[in-house]
Design a protein around this ligand. Structure first.
Ligand SMILES: [Zn+2]
Length: 394
C-alpha cells in the first residue's frame, strides 16, 4: 500500500473508532428503547467491527463491503460516508468518491461542519479527477463557509499554480500566509515574476516599462531571487539604463554569491555597452577573491582570462580555487587541461588524483538496484524498500 492508501485507511479507522464509541454510548443510555431499534444497532456495531477487522488484516475490499452495510443500516453516519469517499479517492476510484460526497452535500439537515468537510472532500475528488473548474468552485464554497480553511486554501493555491493562473495563485498564497503565519518568500517572488512576465508580454507592443515593477517587488520579497535580478537587469538594458543594469546584476554578488556566476554574461554585456571592460575586470576580481566565491565563478573568470590569452593568471585563479574546493569537478577539469597545455603534466596528474580521492570519499559504496537507496555499507535487506539482496556495489 502506498502512503495515500495508508492515510485513507488511518482516517477511516479513526472515524470508525469514534462511531463505535458513540454507538456504545447511545446503547448504554437508551437501554429502555424499542427492541427492533436495539437489534439494528447491534447489527450496525457488528458490521463496524467486522469492517475494522478487515481493515486491520489489510483486506480493503471486504472492509469497504462491511462499511457499506453500516451505511445502509444507519444512513446518518456522515463520518463513515465521508471517509468511505476519501478511501475510494485514495484508491483512484474518483467517480465513486464524487458520488458519495455529492450525496452528502445534498442532505438538507447536514451540520455546517459536515457540509464543510464534504465540500472539501469533493474539491479534492475533482482535483484528483482533473475537473479543474469544479474543484476551484468547491474550494471556494468551502472558503465561503470558513475563510481560514488552511487545506482548502493550500489546495486552491496549488491548483491555480498548476493552471498558470499566477495572479490568483498569488492572491490565495497571501491569504494562506496570513492564516498560517508561515511566509513563503521564494514562492511569492516567483509568482510575482510570472505576473511581471505576463504583463511584459501584453505590453511589449506598447513599449512601456515591461514588468519592471513586478521584478522589483520579487527582489524585495526575496533578496536572493536570481531570476528577478536577471529580468530586471535585462529590462534596464533594453531601456538604455546601463548603469542601473550593472548595479542590478552586481547586487546578486552580495545577496546570493553561490548563484552570481549565472549573471556574469549579462554583466559583461552591460559593461561592454558602457565601454568599460576595466570596470568589468575589477568587479570580477573582487568577486573571485571574496571568501564567498563559488567554483563556477572561478571557472568563468579563468575562461575569460584564457580568452584574453592571459594563461598564467587563468591557471592561478584555478589553483587558488582548487586549494579551497578540492572536490570540485568543474574546477579540476579546466585546471587539468590548462596545466597540460602548459606541459605541466605532473601537476595535472596530482590534481586529477586528489579530485578522484575526494569524489570517492563522498561516493556511497552500495546502491539498491530497486529503489536507489544508497549507503556506505551493504544491507542484505534494503532498509528503504525491504527487499532482500538488492544492493549492488557502485
Ligand atoms: Zn531498496
Amino acid at each position: 500500500m502506498d502512503l495515500a492508501h495508508l492515510t485513507g485507511w488511518a482516517a477511516l479507522a479513526i472515524t470508525v473508532g469514534a462511531v463505535i464509541f458513540r454507538a456504545g454510548y447511545r446503547m448504554g443510555r437508551e437501554d429502555a428503547s424499542g427492541y427492533g431499534e436495539d437489534q439494528e444497532r447491534q447489527q450496525e456495531t457488528s458490521y463496524t467491527f467486522r469492517g475494522l477487522n478487515f481493515l486491520l488484516s489489510d483486506e480493503p475490499d471486504k472492509a469497504i463491503e462491511a462499511f457499506v452495510n453500516v451505511v445502509r443500516i444507519n444512513s446518518e453516519t456522515v463520518e463513515i460516508h465521508l471517509s468511505l469517499g476519501n478511501l475510494f479517492r485514495a484508491r483512484g476510484e474518483v467517480g465513486r468518491a464524487i458520488r458519495i460526497h455529492q450525496n452528502l452535500i445534498a442532505r438538507p439537515n447536514l451540520s455546517e461542519a459536515n457540509r464543510k468537510a464534504a465540500l472539501y472532500a469533493l474539491a479534492e475528488d475533482y482535483r484528483q479527477g482533473g475537473f479543474v473548474d469544479r474543484a476551484v468552485d468547491s474550494y471556494r464554497r468551502v472558503l465561503d463557509l470558513d475563510a481560514n480553511h488552511r487545506k482548502a486554501l493550500a489546495g486552491l493555491q496549488a491548483l491555480h499554480e498548476n493552471e498558470g493562473r499566477w495572479d490568483m495563485a498569488l492572491e490565495v498564497l497571501r491569504r494562506l500566509v496570513q492564516v498560517t503565519g508561515e511566509d513563503d518568500p521564494r514562492r511569492e517572488a516567483h509568482l510575482l515574476i510570472k505576473i511581471g512576465l505576463e504583463q511584459a508580454k501584453a505590453t511589449a507592443e506598447g513599449g512601456s516599462l515591461p514588468g519592471v515593477d513586478w521584478f522589483r517587488k520579487a527582489i524585495r520579497k526575496y533578496p536572493g531571487c536570481v531570476e528577478a535580478y536577471r529580468l530586471l537587469g535585462e529590462a534596464q538594458l533594453a531601456q538604455g539604463k546601463t548603469k542601473a543594469a550593472i548595479q542590478t546584476f552586481a547586487t546578486l554578488k552580495k545577496n546570493r554569491p553561490s548563484h552570481f556566476f549565472m549573471l556574469v554574461e549579462p554583466l559583461k554585456r552591460a559593461y561592454a555597452i558602457k565601454g568599460d571592460l576595466e570596470g568589468f575586470e575589477s568587479c570580477m576580481r573582487n568577486a573571485v577573491n571574496a571568501p564567498s566565491a563559488s567554483p563556477r565563478l572561478m571557472v568563468l573568470w579563468s575562461r575569460e582570462l584564457q580568452g584574453r590569452n592571459r594563461i598564467r593568471e587563468a591557471v592561478d585563479v584555478l589553483l587558488k580555487g582548487y586549494a579551497k574546493y578540492p572536490g570540485s569537478v568543474v574546477l579540476a577539469r579546466l585546471l587539468i587541461r590548462l596545466l597540460e597545455s602548459l606541459n605541466r603534466e605532473e601537476e595535472a596528474l596530482g590534481v586529477a588524483v586528489r579530485c578522484l580521492d575526494h569524489m570517492l570519499a563522498k561516493q556511497p559504496g552500495f546502491q539498491c538496484s530497486l529503489c536507489g537507496f544508497q549507503s556506505q555499507d551493504i544491507y542484505w535487506k534494503c532498509p528503504q524498500c525491504h527487499r532482500w539482496d538488492t544492493m549492488e556495489p557502485m
